[in-house]
Design a protein around this ligand. Sequence first.
Ligand code: CP
Ligand code: NVA
Length: 315
Amino acid sequence: MRHLLTLEDWTPAQIAEAVAMARTIKANPEKYADVLRRKTLCMIFEKPSLRTRLSFEAGMNQMGGHAIYYDTSTSPIGAGKESIADTVRTMCRYVDIIMARLFKHEDLLEMARHTTVPLINALTNFSHPGQILADLQTIEEHKGRLAGLKLAYLGDSFNNVTHSLLFACPKMGMHLSIGCPAGKDYEPDPKAFAAARADSAKNGVAFAVTHDAAEAVRDADVVYTDSWMSYHIPKDKAGERKKIFGPYQVTAVLMKQAKPDAIFLNCLPALRGLEQTAEVIDGPQSVVFDQAENRMHMHKALMLILLKEAGTIQG
Ligand code: CP
Ligand code: NVA
């Protein structure tokens, strides 16, 4: 059974297939209006969401299926009354596919051990693969290609979005540069770092982690940042983190280090005046709402690919 747990598990061909499928669906959504008729998606949420929840739910509806929002805070699992294993084994008797947004990545792996239907990681503290697949679609749409481009990521790098970029970009032949503060709480997880180093060596592309924001962004085609206060970070860390990440704020001055036609990405939610200025996110280089839209096209593509491989729908 094929799942989407991290992009480490997916080959370049599988990533390219998802991007191509999302592009095809976006160009001709009517053609896919009935392909998931009577199919059901269960969406397990331990954390908040705007984009992931709505784009999966709207996407499922547009393809003729149904999506169930399953909030763990009002469920036996959240009340400590039922195990992950029993929850998932039960769920599989009702639904065709599951997506989960969880705190612990280990809990997602536990779900994967027990599910008999495809499972999609809709964000854990460790990784956010569906986001990065939609981001690759967005980059390709604006730049016409992925291979050979330089992506610079600024800010919190012990971070799910960063880790998924590390798993995907070097694998797809992109140069990757991370600008972040020193320290294990701010730099990429060693496993994701090692994967990026191995893939960049294999594909002959540059990969660097630097503490100099301007150096990270130099000549980039894509500048990417994410929240300094991810959903799982305690609120009382806000003041301390604002100081630590301050030098990595994406400003108009910093954007000048990138190529003149560079695009700006943020997976959202975003706070103006923190990880980027309003001038940048609301400026002409920003494509953050194309990026948000592509979540839906990508989620449709992922559900189709995984359900076909599972034999639930015909190819
Ligand atoms: N980018 C993203 O996953 O957004 P949500 O938290 O709103 O789903
Ligand atoms: N790193 C962010 C991504 C939000 C979509 C978080 O985990 O909150």
